[in-house]
Write a protein of this length. Structure first.
Length: 248
């Protein structure tokens, strides 16, 4: 069964499977001290990453995957949040493409998790413009050969999303339910600039696509079996995603 770790090529089906990867990351990775402990960043191939969280006693308190891709979004960061109450685990609220809409803070607001949150937050002064490399981990993914195929799908299913659109489903759901806790999720539609099948550190194949969406470009990663057909450059991708971002 796929998960965020298999989405970037780690062979992880249980907590027991994750332990050897954490141990390797702690041995070989680069530590980043913070007021609440430290992060250890490890990547065997420069693309699929693990970010291990450790408390001041050196105990592992968490680990998150990320993918270092070529996607870029200009954003205006306006708030940080630590939903779990753990300073090492956090997210940023942001407006995408603040330069493109003179009447609003940006094209749309969204929330994304940050694998080195506390390390980055210490240098942020809200609101602050930044460039984000955003990786979208697919929970659901539909692939269309071209815009005409996507248009037919929209007509058949009554879907309103344009070929380049970005909707923060986490913010929408939280607002509708009047909840304070928000998930870093989005429904994204975009044009495929490049598509490739990669093999990760655990010899697990995964899809990586660079996609142009509203406001910029995003790296999408997924289990190769998830889309109904293989993505190709020039096609359209649409799906539901968890968002992980690095501030560049």
């Amino acid at each position: 069964m796929s998960n965020h770790f298999t989405d970037v090529g780690f062979r992880v089906a249980s907590e027991a499977d994750l332990s050897p990867w954490i141990a390797r990351a702690l041995r070989e990775g680069k530590p980043y001290p913070t007021p609440s402990g430290r992060y250890v960043h490890w990547s065997a191939d420069g693309r699929s990453e693990l970010w291990v969280q450790c408390n001041p006693a050196g105990e592992v308190t968490g680990v998150n995957p990320h993918f270092a891709g070529d996607g870029r979004l200009n954003v205006s960061l306006y708030r940080g949040t630590e939903p779990s109450g753990i300073p090492l685990e956090g997210s940023f609220y942001a407006w995408a493409a603040p330069e493109e809409d003179p009447d609003r803070p940006g094209l749309y607001p969204f929330l994304f998790d940050v694998p080195d949150y506390e390390r980055v937050k210490s240098r942020i002064r809200f609101p602050e413009t930044a460039v984000v490399q955003l990786t979208a981990f697919a929970h659901e993914l539909h692939s269309f050969r071209d815009e005409a195929s996507y248009h037919n799908f929209r007509e058949e299913h009554g879907i309103q999303f344009e070929p380049e659109s970005f909707v923060s489903s986490g913010l929408v759901l939280a607002e509708n339910k009047k909840e304070e806790e928000t998930e870093s999720t989005a429904v994204i539609t975009g044009r495929v600039l490049s598509a490739e099948t990669l093999t990760g550190p655990g010899e697990v194949a995964f899809l990586h696509c660079l996609v142009r969406t509203r406001g910029g470009t995003v790296d999408m990663v997924a289990d190769p079996a998830l889309p109904d057909q293989q993505p190709e450059a020039g096609g359209i991708l649409q799906g539901a995603f968890w968002l992980s971002g690095r501030i560049l």
